[in-house]
Design a binder for this molecule. Structure first.
Ligand code: F6R
Length: 608
């Protein structure tokens, strides 16, 4: 987490840093700060408010070299003294994203040699370490490299020195960082969205890389300190794609972008007449021949998409599938099956838990890895053998929306490709599924029309403390996703249960104060679900039912039915997600929470 931006130019870089920070706020936003070198001084501003507040605080600061940071606290409470950049002896400044695991022993050592600490962060040790090496002579680059040699943990850092106003050093290991290459100016950032206003040329640093950035050139050194050449890419991101436009919040914008995001994700398939393994990479055909099971590893919303996929994979492709929370998987002793396809799912592709789970899976003997991810140059994509890029476009709202539905589309494609390869999909079935996929963006568009109705419905939730979401089968994960959305942005405690599980405990919670939201597709479990809903109604629970056409569930006292379109078969989970996203959004709006930046959270969770 945390966002870093740095700039070296012949113009004043403060506006560039501030704009970059604004774009990176999704990575953490409990405090922000910047520092520039100006007239042989380090001028720093920090704030526990948002970037807008930092902008005011830095109105008198100007400089041509600077680094800036937006923080998601790991060590030390969110406060001005813990906000980055951190300084050493008023001459070295550092910004850092990641966690230094051996910071306590380093801190004790640095204190013993006279360094005074002014924050509770792990980052401050980096500033003092760099200073301790720099003062011995040598360059800022060699001092930073020496300091990095003493660190255990994950980092992306930017370092500047008061006596070196034309140089910026940066490094990455375990946390993302890239270089933006300009004309007589160069930049660093945690992700490209921060730099779109100044350059589109990007160099993705690799694990262990350290870079020395000058005005008109830069040098990259690999983990062993050897000079290396890293390719310059031209970013495909457009500035517009990260602007709010007509929308009040990114979350709403991203909910409404879903038809296009799905169309983009499915483009290659929808324009062709058949499904081929090559969609997942050149080696996919050979790999898919060898596998006999699938293990999905992911966190949060991405984990929920994996739970939907398990149903598809087992029912349609006939392949055993397990789904695990990435942060748990790597800490339990599991039995490796070398013929399992490891599928990681991640919007950002930088989630530390998922990345570590992927590496753990490889280390214990799983050679076949597939990443389903929304960011082309992310670590998870680079570290997987096979890949499928969802084309949702940048997702900025902390609550994941379009990433989830495009992940589902990708997982459905995987299911169909594996089913076809195993002879479980005849030509007619393939044609029908492709037709359903082509129709998906239009079907989502139709569901989005429920917006006004859901907006009104949301008013009923404003004073609620709790909510229960119910679903069955393929739609239980959608209930989980609905509950996750509601709790993270409206702060209403929400839980999801498979509806049949109610009577085994959670029914005790149901009374008139407990709204119960049910996902009611017109599928084979409908009649069972209806009985479960009766159990709720009989206990005075207020029901909010998202029901497909022809389910014959009617609104009545205590039962509010929102009419969904025709049942969409296997793709129904995608359609049923939409109203739950809208519900969470409008409840949060009614409650006045910070929809795009809910408290305590960050978009990209790059720490364990
Ligand atoms: C919830 C949400 C999170 C993420 C999770 C994994 O709305 O966004 O639960 O899904 O942190 O993130 P990625 O998909 O980037 O690995």
């Amino acid at each position: 987490m945390c966002g870093i931006v740095g700039a070296l130019s012949q113009r004043n870089v403060v506006p560039i840093l501030l704009q970059g920070l604004q774009r990176l706020e999704y990575r953490g936003y409990d405090s922000a700060g910047l520092v520039v070198v100006d007239e042989k001084q380090l001028k720093r501003a920090r704030s526990t408010g948002r970037v807008a507040d930092l902008t005011q605080k830095s109105s008198d600061i100007k400089g041509q070299l600077g680094i800036a940071h937006t923080r998601w606290a790991t060590h030390g409470v969110p406060s001005e003294r813990n906000a980055h950049p951190h300084l050493s002896s008023d001459s070295i400044a550092v910004v850092h994203n990641g966690i230094i695991e051996n910071y306590e022993e380093l801190r004790a050592h640095l204190k013993s040699v006279g360094y005074v600490f002014t924050s509770d962060t792990d980052t401050e040790v980096i500033a003092h370490l760099v200073h301790s090496h720099y003062k011995k002579g040598g360059t800022l680059l060699s001092a930073t490299q020496a300091a990095l040699g003493e660190l255990v943990g994950a980092y992306a850092i930017g370092v500047i020195a008061i006596d070196n106003p034309q140089q910026l050093i940066c490094a990455r290991k375990g946390s993302p960082l890239l270089l933006g290459v300009g004309n007589q100016e160069n930049f660093i950032a945690s992700d490209m969205s921060a730099l779109l206003a100044v350059t589109k040329n990007v160099v993705y640093l690799e694990e262990g890389d350290v870079a020395e950035i000058n005005l008109d050139n830069y040098r990259v050194f690999d983990v062993k300190g050897k000079p290396v050449v890293r390719d310059v890419h031209v970013s495909e991101l457009s500035n517009d794609s990260v602007e709010l436009g007509e929308y009040r919040h990114y979350m709403l914008k991203e909910i409404f972008e879903q038809p296009q995001a799905l169309a983009n994700t499915l483009e290659s398939v929808c324009n062709s007449q058949s499904l081929i393994p090559g969609l997942f990479g050149a080696e996919a055909a050979a790999t898919f021949e060898q596998i006999n099971s699938v293990l999905i590893l992911a966190c949060g919303t991405s984990h929920n998409s994996g739970l939907v996929a398990r149903n598809w994979l087992e029912e349609i492709s006939g392949i055993p599938c397990a789904v695990e929370i990435a942060s748990e998987y790597r800490y339990r002793t599991s039995v490796a099956n070398p013929n399992t396809l490891i599928v990681t799912i991640s919007q950002s592709g930088e989630t530390a838990d998922t990345l570590a789970a992927l590496n753990h899976a490889k280390a214990i003997g799983h050679p076949h890895t597939l990443a389903i991810c929304n960011v082309a140059e992310s670590a998870i994509i680079r570290q997987s053998k096979l890949r499928f890029l969802t084309r949702a476009g940048p997702e900025i709202g902390v609550a994941s929306t379009k990433a989830f539905t495009t992940q589902l589309a990708a997982l459905f494609l995987l299911t169909l490709v594996l089913a076809k390869q195993r002879g479980r999909l005849n030509a007619q079935q393939e044609k029908e599924h492709l037709q359903e996929l082509r129709h998906l963006p239009i079907a989502v568009q139709a569901v989005l029309k429920l917006e006004p109705e859901i907006k009104k419905l949301a008013e009923k939730f404003v004073n609620k403390q709790h909510a229960l979401f119910l679903g069955r089968g393929l739609h239980y994960p959608i209930a989980l996703e609905g509950a996750l959305k509601l709790k993270e942005i409206s702060y209403i405690h929400a839980e999801a249960y498979p509806a049949g599980e109610l009577k085994h405990g959670p029914l005790a919670l149901v009374d008139k104060e407990m709204p119960v939201i049910a996902v009611a597709p017109n599928d084979t479990l409908l009649e069972k679900l209806k009985s479960n809903l009766q159990e709720v109604r009989a206990r005075g629970g207020e029901l909010y039912v998202f029901a497909d056409a022809n389910t014959r569930i009617q609104s009545s006292e205590g039962v509010h039915v929102m009419q969904m379109p025709e049942h969409a078969g296997f793709l129904s989970p995608i359609l049923h997600t939409i109203p739950l996203q809208l519900l969470a959004y409008y409840v949060a709006l009614e409650k006045g929470t910070d929809v795009d930046k809910p408290r305590n959270l960050a978009k990209s969770v790059t720490v364990e």
